[in-house]
Design a protein around this ligand. Structure first.
Ligand code: C5P
Length: 398
């Protein structure tokens, strides 16, 4: 059986955060996907989790000592850095991030950062106030400017009991990012891909809105996959709680009108438009400035929202246009009609009884030549790559 990370050498750097125990799961997931992993720990990481745990699971010695020769009798940090395909530091503490940003190399992990030539991916984890501190943010910006890939932290409950941003990114997000960085093709180089994602919210009054259950995951997965394949990626997102994939330029919008302006404003620069957003078809005709009072009954007049994709279809030129069709019945015939009506190259039809809001989805992809391809239930990342494979085929004129 083949695995997605077969033959890949990964260094997993673990620093002294309470989230260090999650690095054990990361190690298991990466080795499960076929990677060979060498674990490097800081002094303080060893106070949170025993090196023996990592040693047992990775079946390799743990590198901690700057002054020891490694198992091949070479200078450890130089030899290890030379062998690796990726250096993942998860969790990365504020202290380690500061050292990396300034070239301080006082332990094995930070020396390795300076001596390795492979891509570096950081997954920060710390308390809310530390993560928000301008010093930490400045250090992260500095590292990103040097090409280090930095995952956003997640929002939620922290070890301190505070609620906020600072939690280590989720296991599957980290491993998905690793996979993206290590298995990319460059077949979208030179393209600017604009992806829309998430729902729109159409306000009724200052506290209420009309919306739908879209999570934004499909659009974010496409943005990340397009970036991995070398495209310049613009993401226009409705309200979601998802982190921006590193290297992607994101514009946040709330309503369909705002999404229309954000898309049309960037259309000239766009060579491929993928409309994965679940745009609300209607908006309330009035937006009350104050919270509406309870009444015995209430009738709300709804107006049709602009159709962003149809508008982009009218200005198509050589741009490739991909739409989505979320349906509960007559999937293929409805999708085929939309493909024609909106001047699309491809349409991705999904039965919303499977994919909406979840981690996996089952889609059928239709093209202008009348081909209908029904895919099995797959992760949204895999579906994203399947869609992009067909976009590349359209570009080549296959
Ligand atoms: O016609 P329907 O809403 O089913 O078409 C879905 C496709 O059109 C999706 O790609 C969606 O992002 C896009 N759309 C749009 N503007 C709207 C409604 C849908 O761009 N107002």
């Amino acid at each position: 059986m083949t695995h997605s990370l077969d033959g890949k050498e990964i260094i997993l750097g673990v620093t002294g955060s309470i989230a260090a125990y999650k690095a054990v799961e990361i190690l298991r997931e990466l080795t499960g996907r076929g990677a060979a992993v060498t674990v490097v720990m800081t002094e303080s990481a060893q106070r949170f989790v025993s090196p023996l745990t990592f040693e047992t699971l990775s079946r390799r010695p743990i590198l901690t000592d700057l002054f020891a020769l490694d198992y091949d009798k070479q200078i450890g940090h130089v030899a290890t850095g030379g062998r690796a395909d990726l250096y993942l530091i998860a969790p990365a503490t504020a202290n380690t991030i500061a050292k990396l940003a300034h070239g301080i190399a006082d332990d094995f992990l930070t020396n390795l950062y300076l001596s390795c030539t492979c891509p570096v991916l950081l997954a920060p984890a710390m308390d809310r106030e530390m993560y928000a501190h301008p010093t930490v943010q400045e250090n992260l910006t500095r590292l990103k400017a040097r090409g280090v890939h930095v995952l956003e932290t997640e929002y939620g409950e922290l070890a301190s009991g505070l609620i906020g941003r600072g939690r280590l990114a989720d296991l599957l997000t980290i491993c998905g990012e690793v996979e993206g960085l290590l298995t990319h093709q460059e077949d979208l180089q030179g393209e600017t891909v604009l992806v829309t994602a998430g729902p729109t919210q159409e306000p009724l009054d200052p506290v209420r809105f009309l919306s739908n259950r879209s999570s934004g995951r499909m659009g974010f997965a496409i943005a990340q996959a397009a970036r991995d394949r070398g495209a310049h990626v613009l993401l226009v997102s409705g309200p979601t709680s998802l982190p921006t994939p590193p290297g992607v330029t994101r514009t946040d919008v709330t309503t369909a009108e705002e999404m229309l302006h954000a898309v049309l404003g960037q259309l000239d620069a766009t060579t491929i438009l993928i409309m994965a957003a679940a745009v609300a078809d209607y908006r309330p005709s009035t937006h009350a400035p104050k919270k509406m009072k309870k009444q015995e009954s209430l009738t709300i007049e709804l107006l049709r929202n602009p159709d962003i994709l149809a508008e982009a279809g009218r200005q198509k030129e050589s741009r490739i246009l991909v739409g989505f069709a979320a349906e509960t019945e007559d999937l293929v015939s409805n999708a085929r009609e939309k493909l024609q009506k909106k001047h699309l190259d491809l349409i991705v039809a999904n039965d919303i009884r499977v994919g909406f809001g979840g981690e996996t989805t089952r889609v059928t992809i239709l093209d202008r030549q009348g081909q209908v391809e029904e895919l099995p239930e797959l992760s949204k990342r895999e579906v994203a790559h399947q869609i992009l494979d067909r976009v590349v085929a359209v570009r080549r004129g296959d």
